[in-house]
Design a protein around this ligand. Structure first.
Ligand SMILES: Cc1cc2nc3c(=O)[nH]c(=O)nc-3n(C[C@H](O)[C@H](O)[C@H](O)COP(=O)(O)OP(=O)(O)OC[C@H]3O[C@@H](n4cnc5c(N)ncnc54)[C@H](O)[C@@H]3O)c2cc1C
Length: 467
């Protein structure tokens, strides 16, 4: 059972300067940054091979003012990015943390590219909802598996130890509230106590803990959880026991376009380039372009909890840059047809209903019109054959609530003071999405994992402690 307890008198099996729990993007970026500053980290990971939600993601990191953007003449700035984050978050995100991630984003992506050889480029053939500039940086496969594999290679090449198949179970504390170490459990049940000068929690949120999801996010209690099952909310549970400040526990990243029953993510490019969704009965139900996160609950509210995403050949070409989309094609999830009637027939909807929604959308596009939900359409996005549809459902990707931190990733107590040597990054910390699913700006997940991970590692190097 995850717990916290005094370390007084405990005999430690090992003492390290810095312990990091979790080997996802946040943990590995923290390890790389601390290591560069001369602090030797030890990373504890429950899985045999690091993967986390990072491996399940599309691996896209938003960053403003990068050389990748400049090469494509994309104008952007940290200020514009920060304003986009806050606009989507309804002004509810901590402005100091928002400024830190927006200002640190370009340096972090360039750091990963230039120092560790991650071959990023910026997506310039479609944009995500709420971003006023093209700023999503991805690796060639556009997959998180490539991101985590490259981060792990960089970590190993730097000589950093990742101890796998070990679960951090109990935080050991001093009388002054500082973290003294962590008790970890091996696969055979054996326990070890490892002392540390500082601790970074990089073990993501509580999407993999159905009890916590039921308590904090009831609307997603029965939804497909599409994130890493090993993210069981340990940071939040430890934080609660330590008297840490917990924020925005009802916030999450959902996604309204996971192919069902195949369980493969279908890129939101399908919507942003002019596609639309209808429910089982062929009826549109909202402005899909608001964002994929809030769309999860919208789709789940429809009959059978499913929708059809409808798009065309031009959009499919754009979506094909994603390994996930290609996998969906291989799995037979994407229907192809040369007329709207045959598409509707293949999708099982009545031809009349889907054709009606189709006709309305295409008529709106033809006159650059806006629909009753407020969605703006563009003539440049009129459909042409082939036509495609994919049956999708809404899913919970990861939770956004977590430990409140300052702009240097140091965890705050309930009373606002700072723990002397406890830090959090990525999904373990509260995100920059405010209190609801609709506050999630695309990329907030890996933004706070990579930028805050790096920052947490740098902060540890600056702590005035005897390591
Ligand atoms: C399908 C999908 C697509 C996504 N696409 C994107 C995207 O393109 N862009 C974006 O910005 N975000 C995306 N996200 C969100 C993004 O993946 C996460 O926000 C990000 O990966 C979080 O990184 P992390 O390092 O905090 O957590 P993780 O990558 O989940 O790593 C946490 C690690 O901690 C380990 N762990 C947990 N508890 C313990 C413990 N007690 N002891 C030891 N180890 C422990 C876990 O095993 C795990 O390896 C997506 C998410 C999903 C599910």
């Amino acid at each position: 059972m995850t717990s916290v307890g005094p370390a007084a008198g405990a005999k430690l099996d090992l003492q390290v300067p810095l312990l990091i729990i979790g080997a996802g993007a946040a943990g590995l970026c923290a390890a790389l940054a601390a290591n560069e500053a001369g602090i030797e980290p030890l990373v504890i990971e429950r899985d045999k091979v690091p993967s986390g939600s990072t491996a399940l993601s599309a691996g896209l990191i938003p960053a403003a003012g990068t050389r990748f953007q400049r090469a494509k003449k994309i104008e952007d700035s940290a200020e514009l990015f920060a304003a986009d984050i806050q606009r989507k978050a309804h002004g509810e995100a901590d402005s100091a943390v928002v400024a830190a991630v927006a200002q640190g984003s370009a340096a972090t992506v360039e750091w990963l590219a230039d120092r560790y050889g991650l071959p990023f480029d910026v997506i310039d053939n479609f944009n995500y909802p709420g971003h006023s500039a093209m700023r999503m940086h991805g690796l060639p496969t556009r997959s998180g598996q490539e991101l985590i594999d490259r981060l792990r290679s960089a970590t190993e090449a730097s000589g950093i130890s990742i101890v796998t198949e070990r679960v951090a179970d109990r935080l050991l504390t001093d009388a002054d509230g500082a973290i003294r170490g962590v008790e970890i459990v091996a696969g055979d049940g054996g326990r070890e106590q490892i002392g540390c000068g500082a601790l970074i929690l990089a073990c993501n949120g509580y999407g993999g803990n159905p009890d916590l999801v039921r308590r904090y996010i009831p609307e997603m209690a029965n939804a497909l959880y599409f994130g890493h099952p090993g993210n069981r909310g340990d940071a939040v549970l430890w934080g609660g026991a330590l008297g840490a400040q917990l924020k925005d526990l009802g916030a999450y990243q959902g996604h309204g376009s996971v192919a069902t029953p195949h369980n493969i993510l279908i890129s939101w490019a399908t919507i942003m380039q002019g596609g639309f969704q209808v429910n089982r009965d062929g009826v549109r139900f909202c402005d899909e372009s608001e964002g994929y996160s809030e769309q999860a609950a919208e789709v789940l509210r429809q009959p059978d909890g499913v929708a059809w995403t409808v798009f065309d050949a031009r959009i499919a070409d754009i979506a094909r840059q994603f390994e996930d989309y290609r996998a969906a094609e291989r799995a037979g999830a994407i229907l192809n047809a040369d007329s709207v009637q045959s598409l509707a027939a293949a999708s099982g909807s009545t031809g009349t209903c889907i054709a009606a929604a189709w006709g309305e959308v295409e008529a709106l596009k033809a006159r650059d019109g806006r629909d009753n939900f407020g969605r703006q359409f563009a003539a440049a996005q009129l459909f042409s054959p082939l036509y495609h549809a994919v049956k999708v459902t809404g899913a919970l990707f990861h939770t956004q609530g977590g430990l409140a931190i300052d702009s240097a990733c140091r965890v705050k107590r309930d009373n606002g003071s700072i723990f002397p040597n406890l830090l959090a990054a990525g999904g373990a910390a509260v995100g920059v999405s405010g209190a609801t699913a609709s506050g999630y700006l695309s990329g907030n997940g890996l933004l706070t994992a990579t930028v805050l991970g790096r920052l947490a590692g740098q902060t540890v190097a600056g702590l005035q402690r005897d390591f």
